[in-house]
Design a binder for this molecule. Structure first.
Ligand SMILES: [Zn+2]
Length: 315
């Protein structure tokens, strides 16, 4: 096993974005990688390069009709993939497939014990549903990774842990009736922020009722509220005994994001990432993949994601 943290970079994933003046611009990749380089982790990190996901891999989570629709609209390069948040810019199919491919590469590397931890910026596109785009998210790399871990490696109890300001509705509703899908999400209360879901009462359906953890926080909540909520996430994960952890560490939960109202500092991301590494060491043979998620203040994106990688390096 190589002890370095694997971090993905490359023009293929950098291309995922919707141009000016859309908040999800293609500059987020380079802003993060510049900060990461500045942090000087040296040999403690290694860079990975993405491959495109195969259609069959996309189809582990998404419907064939929806994959076809993205392919067609991406080639046409106009209109929207949803009701107005997610434009069908030219080449978005290829960029979205590269993001998924990078996450699946990261999963492969970690499952083959080449690395214990990996981080994929730009990924963590948690709003995409099985049959549709939503909220800047075209293909749900986290949902696909959960299905991929099951199919390729027989790993069923994957924990998805999300500290992005928005509720990870695409992942939640994709697995809400699945008792083996471990889901913990701290987010801004849906009464005040897109997508409007993720109430505490939403704990799963059918046989999975009571197996998911949604923690909505009031607008303006800061590190104190985060840490109270995080203690509940840790207790939940200890009880659920995951075999693999996927972290979605959206930087839009930091103070100063232009489209949300939470006020964490980057310390929240560092603490969460370090705790998840400890839990991964205890239950999952150390296996954790981090995904960048949202974040529309460029300074916050660069700092929060770099702190997550730092925690992966130091833990
Ligand atoms: Zn978000």
């Amino acid at each position: 096993m190589n002890n370095s943290v694997l971090v993905y970079r490359g023009k293929e994933i950098a291309a995922y974005g919707f141009g000016d003046p859309h908040p999800f611009g293609t500059d987020r990749h380079d802003v993060f990688h510049a900060e990461l380089e500045q942090a000087g982790f040296g040999d403690a990190i290694e860079y990975g390069h993405p491959r495109p996901a195969l259609v069959d891999e996309l189809a582990l989570f998404h419907s064939a009709d929806y994959i076809d629709k993205v392919s067609r609209l991406s080639a046409e390069g106009k209109g929207f993939l949803d009701y107005g948040d997610t434009p069908a810019v030219p080449g978005i199919y290829e960029a979205a497939s590269a993001v998924v491919g990078a996450v699946l590469c990261a999963v492969d590397e970690v499952m083959h014990d080449n690395h214990k931890r990996a981080f994929v910026p730009i990924a963590g596109l948690h709003h995409a549903a099985r049959s549709g785009a939503a909220g800047f998210c075209v293909f749900n790399d986290c949902g696909i990774a959960i299905e991929y871990l099951r199919k390729e490696f027989g790993v069923r109890r994957v924990a998805y842990v999300d500290i992005d300001a928005h509720h990870g509705d695409g992942v939640f509703y994709g697995f809400q009736d699945d008792p083996d899908a471990i889901f913990a999400d701290i987010h801004e209360d849906g009464r005040y922020l897109y997508p409007g879901t993720g109430a505490a009462e939403e704990t799963g359906t059918g046989a999975a009722r009571g197996t998911k953890l949604n923690i909505p926080l009031a607008p303006g909540a800061g590190d104190r509220e985060f840490h109270e909520a995080w203690a509940r996430v840790e207790a939940y994960l200890a009880e659920m005994r995951p075999e693999f952890i996927i972290m979605q560490c959206g930087a839009d939960s930091l103070e100063g994001d232009p489209i949300t109202h939470l006020c964490f500092t980057e310390e929240a991301h560092a603490v969460a990432a370090a705790a998840l590494c400890r839990i991964a060491d205890e239950h999952c043979g150390g296996r954790i993949v981090g995904t960048g998620g949202g974040g529309y203040n460029r300074h916050n994106v660069a700092r929060a994601w770099t702190r997550v990688v730092q925690s992966f390096v130091e833990s």
